[in-house]
Design a protein around this ligand. Structure first.
Ligand SMILES: C[S@@+](CC[C@H](N)C(=O)[O-])C[C@H]1O[C@@H](n2cnc3c(N)ncnc32)[C@H](O)[C@@H]1O
Length: 230
């Protein structure tokens, strides 16, 4: 993807508020978006759904090590960090502006110890190999170009083999009935569990004070190594 200079574009913050149902806890995050039509410059509907999932599991995230792939403006990673996880954000090593977006989102939320790395799907780079032990890998709307599906899963399978107890938490926007990752999951010996949106209060057109989910069809999945591989 060609990247034009951010300096020619306007940046505006979008605010999300996650509420605790019973205990009155809430979390406000502010995500700077670049008014530019390229991927990775603004928050996608999938990101709000994944962030809501993280918020609902916030107690378990404390002190966990979490890596976000294809983070773009990084709403899920920022929420994980705010919930006490040690977060590493990543995006394509070839798109420095997306990495800049990751850093800008951290700054906007006073997160000073989040690492940002260039990790391109399907590439076993030194940065990928040198990652610390991971508990959770995040991917919001990373299955959006069928030609990249296998590269995403190659990276995920590599990471899960090095961290057999880790899980890949991912949200997927249905854009075509013809697209599927089923064959690829089988090829890379991965299992997939579908998580119904209603189980984490995300089956609504409006989430975290945002109308982004709207009537998009977003699915939540947890991908792990096939158990006979662990
Ligand atoms: C549809 S956007 C989703 C962005 C963000 N996760 C969200 O949901 O708001 C896809 C993201 O994947 C990143 N991406 C695309 N190709 C990639 C690759 N080959 N390796 C790593 N990241 C990639 C893009 O830069 C972009 O940030």
């Amino acid at each position: 993807m060609a990247q034009s200079g951010v300096e020619t574009h306007c940046i505006a913050c979008r605010v999300f508020t996650f509420d605790g149902s019973q205990n009155g806890q809430s979390l406000l995050v502010s995500i700077p978006e670049v008014l530019d039509p390229q991927y990775g410059m603004y928050v996608w509907p999938c990101a709000v759904v994944l962030a809501q999932y993280l918020w609902m599991r916030r107690e378990e995230l404390r002190d966990k090590t979490v890596l976000e792939l294809g983070a773009g403006v990084s709403l899920p990673g920022v929420v994980a960090a705010k919930c006490g996880a040690k977060v590493i954000l990543s995006d394509n090593a070839q798109t420095p502006l997306c990495l800049e977006n990751c850093r800008r989102s951290c700054e906007a939320n006073s997160l000073h110890d989040v690492q940002v790395l260039g990790l391109s799907w399907g590439e076993i780079s030194p940065d990928l190999v040198q990652l610390p032990k991971l508990d959770v890998i995040l991917g919001s709307d990373v299955f959006y170009e069928p030609q990249d599906f296998e590269d995403v899963l190659v990276t995920v399978a590599f990471l899960l083999r090095r961290n057999p107890k880790a899980e890949f938490w991912t949200t997927y926007q249905e854009r075509s009935n013809d697209w599927s990752i089923e064959v690829l999951l089988h090829r890379w010996k991965l299992s997939c569990l579908d998580i119904e949106l209603k189980t984490f209060d995300a089956d609504k057109p409006e989430l975290a004070g945002s109308t982004l989910p709207g009537n998009h069809s977003v699915l939540m999945m947890i991908i792990t190594l096939k158990t006979d591989d662990i």
